[in-house]
Design a protein around this ligand. Structure first.
Ligand code: HEM
Length: 491
């Protein structure tokens, strides 16, 4: 602080100088930081002079001091053009986000399961960058409002960049990427008036029975959060791990927050949305700025692809979870986030994740949704960040070239009739019912209340259809929603 104790910056040099605006300030100290001229012409106090010193560059080029501005004034054009073009393209989804840097270290050598180099040696640390986000958002969306939260991790491995691009919910609304634009349109505000549009959401659910499982997660307290430190992450889609011998296993990723899991109820979410819309971003930033760190354990579920036939569901269907009893979570390693980005724009906003950023030993499975995701992120990033998006430091992978990208599915023998059709084992409701039944009573109650509040005002046609799905998931679950909707109507 300057010794004269004033706090307002001098306009030209932007450093502290007298000009505090305090009417009682008796200080006559001239600006000591720049050559703004106050030293020469500062006859009185800074309060009188107000530090608003006149400079040539504050003026457009004119004919006479009060004449018209000249079109030839390149400085004016460039100053304004840079400003009006300074707003960059946003992500089409997951617009609001915040990030942190850190490192990942495996607990043990994972060679029996994958040859991925960064998972071989527990003494080797891999730098990481994580971007947390709100799937359906603009930059002002409150963090605590019910949403799907993104959890995208980039591992800067010696073999190239590897990404896990997941959410806080283990399943998704749809199982075929061709319906992604439809689901996002349903979740976004109405194109008519830009207001929240629950009718579009429930109309979508009515024509998408496989979305019911995701609904039982999103409308539970897992859909409302106040911190990423206590948020789980899921890769959702099924990938393939390949070891040196060429043996393949299906794999699903789980991030477990080491601070414990926590979510909030809708009342607390509403309160926080008013009080602090950036509650999660601030919590992450201040935790790290205060010297703390945020830690997650990476666990995987592994499955022998031959199991697929005997399971009642399709393990490559991302509207399903795999039973943790049959496919236990195997700890893989620990991620520590302990550094805030220095520059939000170039590090967080320019980050470009893709589930197809893979390293040798990790491949795409035939999960239809994953296959659809595998190219669209790069397309989106070319549009959003330009053809050179891979050269931006946060995305750079030394020596990257298309020919060095790992292949998926080499050696597999595929056979079938080319078609556009549903998967065989759809089983849309069993896991939604199981999810309801495994919740403690307080969470069941919140889930029922949250669904009833949203579904209650919907047109009869939508309600009848969706209630039919809930009944198929669990009779008691459906009866409670019905009862709660009636209770709300009577109020
Ligand atoms: C399991 C389902 C999905 C999950 C977990 C998921 C997750 C995410 C996450 C976390 C982000 C934000 C990444 C960041 O922070 O930069 C993202 C962005 C995006 N997602 Fe997805 N997504 C899913 C499905 C899809 C599908 C099916 C599509 C389209 C076919 C899609 C298209 C996009 C696009 C275009 C972006 C913006 C990419 C960019 O501009 O960088 N996503 N997704």
């Amino acid at each position: 602080m300057p010794e004269w104790g004033c706090c307002e910056p001098c306009v030209p040099c932007d450093k502290p100088a007298c000009g505090c605006g305090n009417p009682d300030c008796k200080c006559e100290t001239p600006c000591q930081n720049c050559t703004c001229g106050r030293e020469e012409n500062n006859g009185g106090s800074c309060v009188e002079n107000n530090c608003a010193e006149d400079r040539r560059e504050f003026h457009s080029q004119t004919v006479g001091a009060d004449g018209p501005v000249l079109v030839q004034d390149g400085r004016l054009h460039e100053t304004l053009d840079i400003f009006v073009n300074s707003v960059e393209r946003e992500r089409v989804v997951h617009t609001k986000g915040y990030g942190a840097l850190g490192c990942f270290r495996p607990y043990q050598c994972m060679a029996p399961y994958t040859k991925a180099a960064f998972l071989q040696d527990p003494s080797v640390e891999t730098p990481v960058f994580v971007r947390f986000s709100l799937a359906v958002s603009n930059r002002g969306t409150p963090d605590s409002a019910r949403n799907v939260h993104g959890f995208a991790t980039k591992f800067y491995t010696k073999e190239g960049n590897f990404d896990i691009v997941g959410n806080q919910i283990p399943v998704f609304f749809i199982r075929d990427a061709i319906r992604f634009p439809e689901v996002i349109a349903a979740l976004k505000p109405s194109p008519k008036n830009n207001l929240a549009n629950p009718e579009a959401i429930w109309d979508f659910i009515a024509r998408t029975p496989e979305a019911l499982h995701m609904v039982t997660w999103l409308y539970s307290d897992v859909g409302t959060l106040d911190s990423v430190r206590t948020m789980r992450g899921f890769g959702i889609n099924t990938f393939v791990w390949v070891n040196k011998a060429g043996e393949k296993r299906y794999v699903k990723y789980h991030w477990i927050p080491l601070a414990g899991e926590r979510c909030i109820d809708s009342e607390e979410a509403r309160r926080l949305a008013c009080e602090n819309p950036d509650v999660m971003a601030e919590d992450l930033y201040h935790t790290i700025a205060g010297g703390g760190c945020v830690e997650y354990e990476l666990r995987v579920q592994l499955m022998n692809p031959c199991d697929a036939e005997k399971l009642p569901y399709d393990p490559l269907d991302d509207t399903k979870v795999w039973s943790e009893r049959d496919y236990p979570l195997m700890p893989v390693g620990r991620m520590i986030l302990d550094r805030n980005p220095d520059d939000y724009r170039t590090q967080v906003e320019h980050a470009a994740f893709s589930p197809a950023n893979l390293v040798p030993g990790i491949e795409l499975s035939a999960d239809k949704m994953l296959q659809g995701r595998s190219f669209v992120y790069w397309d989106a990033q070319r549009h959003r960040l330009g053809n050179g998006f891979r050269e931006i430091p946060v995305n750079r992978s030394p020596d990257w070239s298309p020919s060095k990208m790992p292949d998926s599915g080499m050696g597999e023998c595929l056979e079938g009739v080319v078609t556009r059709s549903a998967i065989e084992k759809t089983d849309d409701f069993t896991q939604a019912g199981e999810r309801y039944r495994c919740l403690p009573e307080i969470h069941r109650r919140h889930l029922v209340e949250n669904i009833a509040a949203d579904l209650g005002p919907m047109p009869k046609r939508i309600k009848t259809c969706v209630m039919g799905y809930f009944r198929k998931a669990d009779e008691e679950f459906a009866a409670r929603i019905e009862e709660e909707m009636n209770r709300m109507r009577r109020r």
